[in-house]
Design a protein around this ligand. Structure first.
Ligand code: ZN
Length: 255
């Protein structure tokens, strides 16, 4: 069974801005999905902010193993009800890959519980992403580092909870560093944040960046899917010895 991926995009810049349209004529989500669809064992489809229910209906999410998220200028337009729905699915086991400016998306902040703010500068500077975990599935096929000639700078401090594992750290020409590849688990779901991806640079035309996205889709696929429950179990597995209830509630063990 293939990994079912939904690539979600705000899909506004590509319609309004000529430079972005030139790089991504059919949208950032389309170039990512097209790439994933060429990989064995992955099937990707598209969803966008302006679709009904932002393209993330109950049915779509129920059939999504891994959700990619790219947003930038319209995070506030994402309905809270849909954010609740996505969060629930991540906790049940769906993978979530958040890209670049998605650091400020409602879903990313919801999952991590912090501000997710950072430093930034747009000066087409060089970035080198150092591969800290060469044995991790996300860095399969990636060498010591990935170099990008022209990028937007993101710098520390990145206001995130300490990642379960730090996969990439970026160095920028201007001197800053940034935690560019981070993984967390929330509930049964795996989350990967990957920094590269500014809309006016050809980041998603870079083969190594796309290799990381492919690896991440496979890594984040659910191993288990479990709906939340909080059952009362009045019948114990073993018989419980008789106790004085009042003493027991007070935490006093009787001899
Ligand atoms: Zn950007």
């Amino acid at each position: 069974m293939s990994v079912q991926v939904t690539v979600w995009n705000e899909f506004r810049h590509e319609k309004k801005n000529e430079a972005v349209k030139k790089l991504y004529p059919e949208g950032i989500h389309k170039i990512i999905a097209d790439h994933l669809n060429k990989q064995e064992g992955i099937e990707a489809r598209l969803a966008a902010l302006d679709d009904p229910e932002h393209g993330l209906t109950e049915e779509v999410l129920a059939n999504t193993d891994v959700l990619f998220w790219w947003g930038h200028a319209a995070h506030g337009e994402v309905q809270d009800e849909i954010v609740d729905r996505v969060q629930k699915r991540v906790l049940e086991g769906m993978g979530l890959i958040v890209l670049h400016s998605g650091h400020f998306s409602k879903i990313f902040k919801r999952m991590l519980g912090t501000n997710c703010s950072l430093k930034w500068r747009e000066a087409a500077e060089k970035e080198r992403l150092w591969n800290l975990e060469p044995g991790h599935p996300i860095t399969e096929g990636i060498g010591e580092y990935i170099e990008l000639a022209n990028t937007e700078m993101y710098g520390e401090r990145f206001d995130i909870p300490t990642p379960d594992k730090l996969i990439f750290v970026s160095w920028f020409e201007g001197g800053e560093v940034f935690r560019s590849g981070c993984v967390w688990e929330r509930g049964h779901g795996r989350i990967f944040y990957f920094r590269p991806g500014h809309e006016t640079y050809p980041i998603y035309h870079n083969a190594e960046v796309m290799q990381v996205l492919t690896n991440a889709a496979r890594w984040a696929a659910p191993r288990i899917t479990m709906a939340d429950k909080c059952p009362n179990v009045p019948e114990p597995l073993e018989p419980i010895s008789e106790k004085d209830v009042d003493f027991g509630k007070a935490g006093i063990v009787q001899g």
